[in-house]
Each structure stands twice: as C-alpha cells, then as structure tokens.
Design a protein around this ligand. Structure first.
Ligand SMILES: C[S@@+](CC[C@H](N)C(=O)[O-])C[C@H]1O[C@@H](n2cnc3c(N)ncnc32)[C@H](O)[C@@H]1O
Length: 244
C-alpha cells in the first residue's frame, strides 16, 4: 500500500499531478511518499526500521558529486575525442547518474519502467525546469516511462552514441548493505529483461555500451568488456560497438 503526504506549497499543480498518477500504484510493501517543495521523500520499513530516502535534483551533495571532473562514470561514458554527445540511460532509477552526465554537457534520455519511480523523478524534473528555465543541465535531461527493451526495439541502429545500463545489484548476503536509496529501489522494483536489453544495446549503440556492476560481479552475459574502470565497490564495463 502507498500513503501520500503532500507538504508542497509552491508547486501545487505538479504535486496534484503526481498524486493523481500514483494514487492507484500497487505495492506489496507499505510506502509513504512525502511531497515537499523541492524534494520528495520515500519511506518504508526495512528490517523493522523506518527508512527514508530524500531525493531532490537541487540537493547540494548531488551537485557537488556531479561537479567532480575525474569520476569514472564520465570516463566510461565519454572519451577523449568527445564524440559522445547523446546517452540513453536504460535504467534511470533516481536519475543521479544521468544528472552527473548532463552536468558535463551530454544529452540524456532516461528510460524508467517503474511507474512510481518514473513519476517521482518526473515531478522533481518538472519543478526544477519550472524554477530554473534557463539552467541548461535540466534541459539536457529527458524522461521516458517505458520498458527499455520495448524502447530500444523501436529505434534504429546508431540512434544514440552511448547506451548506459545500471541494473539493480543482487541483494548482498554480507552485512555491508547498499545505501537507503538502493534498498528502497530494491523493494520497489526489479530488473526487467537485463540480459536481453544488454544484447539489444550492443546492436544499437553507435559507439559504446556502458554497464555499471559491483566490483567483483561476473561480466553481464559472460561477455568480456573492452575497457574496465574500477572503483572500490563498483566498476564500469565498457563495450565498444561502432554501429553506424
Ligand atoms: C539501480 S537502479 C538505477 C539507479 C540510477 N543509475 C541512479 O543513478 O539513480 C535500476 C533502475 O532500473 C530500472 N529498470 C530495470 N529494468 C528496466 C527496464 N527493462 N526498462 C526500464 N527500466 C528498468 C528499475 O526500475 C530501477 O529503477
């Protein structure tokens, strides 16, 4: 069941739209969604503890993280020749990776299949675009509610320079748990057709497919990447495609 608390004063129109679109959302878990003026909080009980994830596209922490020029996500989705202008994020989630890429000039189409996640992100995107109509970063972000496999099937080869995949990581048995935002995503939604999606992406991406993985996970579909960028807990596998 989902409960909605509306504390939004400045963006009532967008808050009403959001409520209308998610009020019939069915979930086996109990969720509370709190709509604020510039943010949105999703709360639920994880291991008997109330857990909330507060998301906003104006969050200074997100902006600080996005501004870092040397991060591996940028290296993985860009290249020295700067030939990669368009990226399709096939697993948009909360849109943070897309926001980071857009901050550095790339045009991103974010595709998200889960209606609650999509509508939440759509609300946040609508309010920032409304409040900051001249801020180019937000103008470079477009959001689509679809299963990415269906989305890709309607596209021609070479329609986007880079296709990006960040599938949900399998739940970890160890005590190290993912951040709140991912724990809540794991309860809300799941990966759909990721293996098939990856195969389609390899056929459609103009220059490269990038896959985010836990650092020690096996390669997606057992396929060896051309380049790997490793961080402490995650890595980015890059598959060069050249589909013109
Ligand atoms: C781990 S999250 C992505 C987090 C995201 N990279 C971020 O920065 O916030 C994975 C998301 O992919 C979505 N997803 C999984 N399979 C999908 C598919 N076939 N089509 C569209 N979205 C999908 C899930 O609903 C989930 O929201």
């Amino acid at each position: 069941m989902i409960k909605i608390a509306n504390h939004c004063h400045y963006h009532k129109k967008y808050a009403r739209e959001l409520i209308e679109r998610i009020k019939d959302y069915h979930s086996d878990e109990d969720f509370l969604i709190q709509i604020e003026d510039e943010s949105l909080a999703l709360c639920c009980h994880i291991q008997n503890q109330k857990t909330c994830f507060n998301h906003s596209l104006t969050d200074p922490k997100l902006h600080k993280r996005a501004s870092q020029k040397n991060q591996l996500l940028l290296k993985a989705c860009n290249n020295k020749k700067h030939e990669i202008h368009t990226v399709v994020d096939l697993t948009a989630g909360w849109g943070r990776d897309s926001f980071i890429l857009a901050t550095h000039g790339q045009h991103i189409t974010m595709v998200e299949q889960n209606i609650l996640v999509f509508q939440s992100l759509n609300f946040l995107l609508n309010i920032v675009k409304h409040d900051q109509p001249h801020e180019q970063v937000y103008q470079r972000l477009k959001l689509v509610n679809e299963n990415s496999l269906a989305f890709l099937s309607t596209k021609d080869t070479g329609f986007a320079d880079c296709l990006y995949l960040d599938p949900m990581f399998p739940a970890h048995k160890s005590s190290a748990r993912p951040g709140k935002e991912l724990q809540i995503l794991q309860l809300l939604t799941s990966n759909l057709n990721v293996e098939e999606l990856f195969e389609q992406a390899l056929e459609k991406a103009k220059y490269r497919v990038v896959v985010k993985r836990p650092v020690h996970a096996k390669n997606l579909n057992d396929q060896k990447p051309d380049i790997v960028y490793k961080e402490k807990t995650i890595r980015f596998d890059v598959y060069l495609t050249n589909n013109f």
